[in-house]
Each structure stands twice: as C-alpha cells, then as structure tokens.
Design a protein around this ligand. Structure first.
Ligand code: ATP
Length: 199
C-alpha cells in the first residue's frame, strides 16, 4: 500500500486545485520558507480525520480553508482527497484503490467520503487503525514529534507500539463494548425501577 495521489482544493495555501501524483519510494518536497510544504502534511493528517485545529497549526478548524490573498478572494470550502494504492488488499476492502475525501464548508458543514460514497469519521478511523496510517500513527512524523515521543510518558509512548503491534483496534473495540455494557446495565436498572413501581 502506498500513497498514490493527494488532491487539494481550498486547503490552506492551496487555493487552486492541486494534485500530487506519487510513486513508490521516496518523495522529497523542497521550497522556500512559507511556500506550503508543511501544509501538504497537514492536508494528509486532516483528510485522515484530524479533529484538532492545533495539530494543524491553527486555532479554529475553518483556519484550514483558503483565506485568500491580496489578489484572490477566500474560498468557502476546503476539500482534500488521498488515494492509496490498495493492490495488496491491506485494508481488507475489495478495491484496487482506496480514496478518502474530506470536505469542510465555512458554514460548519463537513463530510467524509470513502471511494466517493459518504461515510462517517468513525469509518475512516477504523479503516486505518493498526495500519500505521491513521492521523496519529507513526507513518507521519512531523516536526518536533521525535522529541515529543522521547519526552512522552511511558503510557503515551505505549500507544505507538500498540498501533504497530496491531492491538489498538481491539482495545478501542473493547472500550466501546464496555461503554455499551455500562449503558445497558443502566437501562436495566431503570427498567427494574419501572417494574417495581408498577407491581
Ligand atoms: P517552512 O519551510 O518555514 O516550515 P513551509 O513551506 O512548510 O514553511 P507552510 O507552513 O506549509 O510553509 O505554509 C505557510 C503558508 O501557508 C503561509 O504563507 C500562510 O500564509 C499560508 N496559509 C496557511 N493557512 C492558510 C489559509 N487558510 N489560507 C491561505 N494561506 C494559508
């Protein structure tokens, strides 16, 4: 599996539709300070479900929408699509290519698409969990991340190993199941109370 294409429109400094076609191996992006190199990795993080504006170097989520320049008007939406070559079937989907798209409008509306079909953020997060590709995964080591990992508490550092070992998915599902069990237990208590009142 490798990143085959990254398409951005209205994302940060990419006011025009911009497409990167990538090949397996190493890709190096070079350019002067402030030309938008880090915005490319921000776009990858964002399309994979990043929810924190701070992690995208902003203060509000709509900071990622192209804000205009001296000669250009701001845009009303941002859209990023990432296409992965999926000929190895690593994600367990029956497609040769997997494309994830995320859109955000200034009105606050947002949407996710998986191979052009609307889906939930949860679907995207689950799809990439334990693959090393998710927004928090070790595939993306941003500036300062190495220091952050070295200075992290052991429990935080453990998450990275759990993702690599492929157990994060099961831990997440276990937490979800425990939450539902707790909800069901509460509902049962309530039902018990009602039965008691009626009898
Ligand atoms: P450096 O080499 O200094 O790390 P860089 O090439 O990584 O720089 P970025 O940080 O990716 O550059 O891009 C910064 C540029 O993106 C700035 O010029 C900033 O004005 C522009 N930018 C960020 N957000 C937006 C936005 N919403 N609309 C328009 N331009 C934006």
């Amino acid at each position: 599996m490798f990143v085959k294409r990254l398409e951005m429109h209205g994302f940060k400094s990419f006011g025009d539709k911009t497409i990167f076609d990538l090949t397996p191996g190493i890709t190096v992006v070079v350019g002067p300070n402030g030309c938008g190199k880090s915005n490319i990795t921000d776009a990858v993080r964002w399309v994979l479900g990043e929810q924190s504006a701070r992690h995208l170097r902003g203060t509000r989520m709509d900071d990622i929408i192209f804000g205009g320049t001296a000669n250009r008007k701001p845009l009303s939406f941002a859209e990023v699509s990432i296409t992965l070559d999926h000929s190895d079937g690593a994600l367990g989907l029956d497609y040769q290519e997997v494309t994830v798209t995320r859109r955000l409008y200034r009105t606050g509306e947002s949407e996710y698409l998986l191979n052009k079909r609307p889906c939930r953020l949860k679907d995207i997060l689950e799809l990439f969990m334990d693959t090393g590709i998710g927004k928090e995964a070790y595939s993306f080591i941003g500036q300062g991340r190495v220091d952050e990992i070295l200075n992290a508490r052991p429990e935080e550092r453990r998450q990275i190993f759990e993702e690599a070992a492929g157990i994060l998915k099961y831990k997440t599902r276990k937490r979800e199941a425990q939450r539902r069990l707790a909800e069901t237990a509460e509902n049962l208590l309530r039902v018990g109370d009602i039965i008691h009142e009626l009898s």
